[in-house]
Design a protein around this ligand. Sequence first.
Ligand code: SER
Length: 313
Amino acid sequence: MTQPRILITGAAGQLGRVLTEALRLKYGADSVLATDINSAIEDLGLFEYLDILNTERLQSLIEKYQITEIYHLAAILSANGERNPSFTWNINLNGLLGVLKLAVKNKIDKLFFPSTIAVFGNTTPQINTPQDVPLLPETVYGMSKTSGELWCNYFHKKHGLDIRSIRYPGVIGWQSIPEGGTTDYAVEIYHAALKQKHYECFLEADTRLPMIYMPDVINGTINLMAAPKESIKLRYGYNLSGMSFTPKEIAASIQKHIPDFTIEYKPDFRQAIAASWSESIDDSKARNDWNWSPQYNLDTMTKDMLSKLSSKN
Ligand code: SER
């Protein structure tokens, strides 16, 4: 098997940084080109500046580095997206369309597109949400990812593009603080617990959401991309489940390690976004098709997060 040559968009983001590192470990540092609009990042190794709407530059990078696989992570998340809907639609949807067209033009072997639980909405069954359900997302981020999934499916059917996608739950990792998402509270809370022993939560105490710990996200993504082509039955986002919990439950999990940690609830506009999403996810298709199986639950994640963050600071 020949070594893939990978390009990652949005490589400076919460997931991008960790995925870039993991792919470099697997395929070698020179095989993975990190790109982002955030060029202030200096520790990204092989890096090129890329505004995702600049398809001419993307084309020249694909040629220059003889790219064979793309992980298209660049996007604006749910909460930030509501601050500028047209801009978000442009980046998220037109950004994807540019990548899809160039993937076909350059005969890219494989493309990864991250989708999200934000594709779900108030018409979706919220508990153990099945794979194929009515999608009526409430946010422009969710709208762009829902349409993005349809475009991916279309490009696979129409052009035979080998595209693979996951509907990520809220991603929790110690490596960086995410920007502009509704599930970000579940990362911020660990930082606050260690620094101030107190957290002011922007969601209500009992808002249950699907979440996943970074090592599981990385394994899942890499395993999906490495799976044999014929086992990939869905060319839109696979439902994926790690764990589900509420702010009250994550606070209790932290209190097992930091007994004097306290939390107060001051819900803002993100509460309505969270309330429109699922509480838990049925990911049986991912389990059956490409052997998805998460390793972490809330308490094992809490233990690892607190220990990694303590040794980092
Ligand atoms: N974590 C994302 C967000 O909160 C959901 O995909 O926007």
